[in-house]
Write a protein of this length. Structure first.
Length: 168
């Protein structure tokens, strides 16, 4: 391989061909067209993957989200905590990762008013509502309302219909 090829390869790494979102005012772009297409479904609320369980029918933007949802019906919990004294299991890897914070002490959600920290964003939001409600920004108040509201959400999530409200 000569120097010209190496320079070309390096340029490709630094400036990969991007596939921009075609939705007005959305500035996101993706390295793969399939990622751009999946992202576009967030804007259109196109949910092509439907649960086949009787009386369920929930729809999802991604097949992987349907797979995780299907585990609520089957009871499958393949993601197991490695701590010897714990061994809790979860239906999805993100729940396991969130659970691991209990063992590691990682508390990434911090209150900027009193510096308390939490393992989950929902716990921080609850703390803010209980102890610092007068200091909350308009956006934070709207997020709080979404946590408590069970009305249909705007199409903003790749997961179940109401996940933006409950997965803060």
């Amino acid at each position: 391989m000569d120097i010209a090829e190496l320079v070309h390869i390096d340029d490709t790494i630094q400036n990969p061909k991007r596939h921009p979102c075609k939705w007005p005012e959305c500035q996101k772009s993706f390295s793969r067209p399939s990622d751009a297409a999946r992202h576009h479904r967030i804007h259109t609320n196109d949910r092509p993957f439907q649960c086949t369980e009787p009386f369920c029918g929930k729809r999802f933007i991604q097949r992987s989200a349907l797979t995780v949802h299907s585990r609520t019906h089957s009871g499958e919990r393949p993601h197991i905590c490695e701590e010897e004294t714990c061994q809790k299991s979860f239906s999805d890897s993100s729940s396991l990762a969130r659970h691991r914070r209990i063992h590691t002490g990682n508390r990434p959600y911090k209150c900027h008013e009193c510096m308390r920290s939490y393992t989950k964003k929902t716990l921080l939001v609850r703390h803010l509502r209980l102890y610092h409600e007068s200091q909350l920004s308009t956006k934070q108040k709207q997020q709080q309302a979404h946590v408590l509201c069970d009305l249909p959400s705007p199409p903003t999530s790749q997961y179940g219909d109401s996940s933006p409200y409950y997965n803060l």
